[in-house]
Design a protein around this ligand. Sequence first.
Ligand code: UTP
Length: 294
Amino acid sequence: MKVRKAIIPAAGLGTRVLPASKSVPKEMLNIVDKPAIQYIVEEAVAAGIEDILIVTNRGKGAIEDHFDHSFELETQLKGNPSKEKLYEDIKACANLANICFVRQKETKGLAHAILCGKSFVGDEPFVVLYGDDVIISEDPVTAQLCRCYEKYGKGVVGVKEVPEELIRLYCTLGVSPIEGEERAMNCSKIIEKPTPEEILSLYAILGRVVMPPEVFGMIEKGLAATPEGKEFYFTDVMSELGAQDRLIAYDFDGKRYDMGNKLGIMKANCEVALDHPEIGEDFKTYLKELVKTF
Ligand code: UTP
C-alpha cells in the first residue's frame, strides 16, 4: 500500500537547547535561512507525501504561522523585482502540502505524541519524521523508507551506525542481513538507551520510521500499562513488531543533523552554509581564515 500520510511530532520541551527554545519552538530554530521543520516538511513532500500532521503544544503557534500565508509580508514583497524569489518562496511555504495540526496536551513522550495522530492516519501506513532531525540527501530518506515499506509490507525504521561511546544515548537494534539487499536488514529487537552489556549492534534509529496503522493499538495498550510518571517508549512498540518478524531496519543514505542539541545545530548551520548559493563562497573564505587562528 502506498504511504501518503506523515506525522511530525514537534511537541517536546527541547530542554537540551534552552534558553533558545524557551519561547521559540526548537523545531523553528534555523539552519542558515530556513527553520528545521521546513526542511523536514520539504523532505516529506519530495517523497510524495500528501497529508502531514504536525503535533504541537502550548507555545508552538509559530510553527502554524510559518506554514500559513502572511498577507502583509506577501503584499510588501510582491512586485518588488529584487525580492521576486523571496516572494515566491514565502508564498510557496503556505502551499507545500495539506498540513494539519493537533495539540499534545501533556508532554508524555514520543509514543504518546504519535498516538495524537490516530484519527488523522486512520487505516493506512504512515511515516513519522521526528521534528528535530533534519536529514539532507539527494533521494529523500522518507522516499527510501517508503519504497522499502511498499516492497516488504513491514514496518521500516531508518538507521545508521553510531559511535560505540554514544549508543547509550540512542537505542540498539538486533539485525540480520536479507539476501540480495545492501541496505535493508531484518530487525528482531530494539533496546532503548542500552547499557554496555545490552548492545546488540551499533545501529540506532535516527529520525524516520514508516509504521503500519496497527501500532496505534499497541501504543494504547503500552500507555495503559505504564505507571503514572513513567514514559512508555515508542521503541518498545517497534521492538514488538520486530519480535513478530514485521520490522525492517534500513541503513539510509543521507546526512542527519540533530537539531535537538547545541552541537548538532552548529554542525547543520556550518555544513549547509558552505553549500548555500548566496553565502557559501564567502562563508568558506571566512572559515579558512578562522581556522588559521586555532
Ligand atoms: P526528544 O527526545 O528530543 O525530546 O523528542 P524533547 O523533549 O523535544 O527534547 P529534550 O530532551 O527535552 O531536549 C524527539 C521528538 O519528539 C517530539 C519532539 O518535539 C522531537 O521532535 N516529542 C517529544 C513530542 O512531540 N512529544 C513529547 O512528549 C516528546
